[in-house]
Design a protein around this ligand. Structure first.
Ligand SMILES: [Zn+2]
Length: 384
């Protein structure tokens, strides 16, 4: 049994939107799970200990919207190692919104089914930089049957990539397929807004209300935002999670959050990046979007962090995303960066800056010390 103790923590952010802080100054990890959170905890003599020097610990960020393909390579931007790079931006888990950038992507029912199964299985065995990727985001195609969905679920496919991508636009049939997917326990995300890649379509409130996805993807556009009237209908007439992303329209974010606030739906907001895309590859995309949501949208930073961790984990039934005993130990240690007007990591986000990451822990292993991407944290961790 392997133990790790993080002590001298200044503030612990829980990842739970309803209760965003946890009392305590230490976290004990046993093997790959969080064992205990509290004050003055101790560990075995041979445990790894981390002195957090009064800084902030949050759950590892979960990017709800990524377009990986196979391995740590993006054919869209011809970039390698972008997934491992995102670990330096505090991301410990990604959900595929569909492996749509696959060169020569097979279409038709059998092709798209094969892609989803390969994606789910290959990503289950591939951990760039320690990152956990939920791959195999099925893209709907004409000809898929209910039996296909059952077969895919048995083979490990857990979710649909963005409904509306992939050039298939028979909305009656799509709504039926989404029902089959839900019966098989799959989570359903849906492209919202203007057309993205060639072959895709503009998708608004009427489509979302008909399909009733679990997640209304990129309400701030991927990259083109829908109208505010459509956004309000989606908030009011569906139960979908309301996703805000990095590679979209930043100006509309405060207005989406105002609508969510008016409809008492802030607990449905989740945060992702939608990269790689035409906008690029942005390893700090999650931290930057959290900062936008907090600084532009007047959301407390600890609540914005929950939108990027625990709320997404709940939608996907992941044993992660919050700091609580029994959950997987994916944690980020961060502080205000050198020279910031802010005193600590949370104030940094609240004023719209990017915090400095001094440590990332996945499954009880320190996978990053001193992020290569964030500005340097004012106070660094000490590992012994
Ligand atoms: Zn999209």
């Amino acid at each position: 049994m392997k133990e790790m103790l993080i002590h001298s923590i200044g503030q612990i952010v829980s990842g739970d939107f309803a209760s965003p802080f946890i009392d305590g100054d230490s976290i004990l990890i046993r093997d790959n799970l969080i064992a205990e959170v509290g004050y003055g905890l101790s560990a075995d003599a041979d445990a790894t200990t981390i002195n957090a020097d009064g800084t902030t610990v949050i759950p590892g960020l979960i990017d709800s919207h990524v377009h990986p393909v196979i391995g740590d390579y993006s054919p869209r931007q011809r970039v390698v190692d972008f997934i491992a790079s995102c670990v330096h931006g505090g991301v410990t888990r990604m959900i595929s919104a569909g492996e749509v950038h696959m060169p020569g992507r097979p279409t038709g029912a059998i092709g798209t089914k094969a892609m989803a199964i390969v994606g789910a299985k290959a990503w289950g065995n591939c951990r760039p930089g320690g990152m956990k990727v939920q791959g195999g985001g099925l893209l709907l195609q004409a000809g898929l049957t209910e039996a296909d969905f059952e077969e895919m679920a048995t083979a490990g496919v857990k979710h649909l990539g963005e409904v509306g991508l992939g050039g298939y636009h028979d909305w009656n049939k799509i709504a039926e397929m989404v029902q089959w997917a839900k019966h098989c326990g799959m989570t359903v995300m849906m492209h919202i807004g203007g057309a993205s890649i060639p072959g895709s379509d503009a998708i608004g409130a009427e489509h979302a209300i008909k399909v009733q996805p679990h997640i209304a993807s990129h309400l701030n556009g991927g990259p083109t935002a829908p109208s505010l009237a459509d956004i309000e209908r989606i908030i009011a007439e569906t139960d979908a999670a309301l996703e805000i992303i990095q590679c979209g329209n930043a100006a509309i974010i405060p207005r989406i959050l105002d609508l969510a606030r008016q409809h008492a739906a802030l607990d449905r907001v989740i945060i992702g990046t939608d990269m790689p895309s035409g906008t690029g590859v942005i390893p700090l995309g999650m931290l930057r979007t959290i900062a936008w949501v907090s600084a532009l949208g007047d959301i407390p930073p600890e609540a914005a962090i929950a939108m990027a961790t625990g709320t997404t984990a709940a939608i996907y039934n992941l044993p992660a995303g919050r700091i609580a005993p029994g959950l997987q130990a994916a944690l980020v240690v961060m502080d205000a960066p050198i020279g910031s007007a802010a005193a600590d990591a949370l104030e940094t986000l609240r004023i719209g800056d990017t915090p400095g990451i001094s440590g990332v822990i996945i499954d009880g292993e320190v996978v990053v010390r001193k992020s290569i991407h964030t500005p340097p944290a004012r106070r660094q961790i000490e590992v012994s």
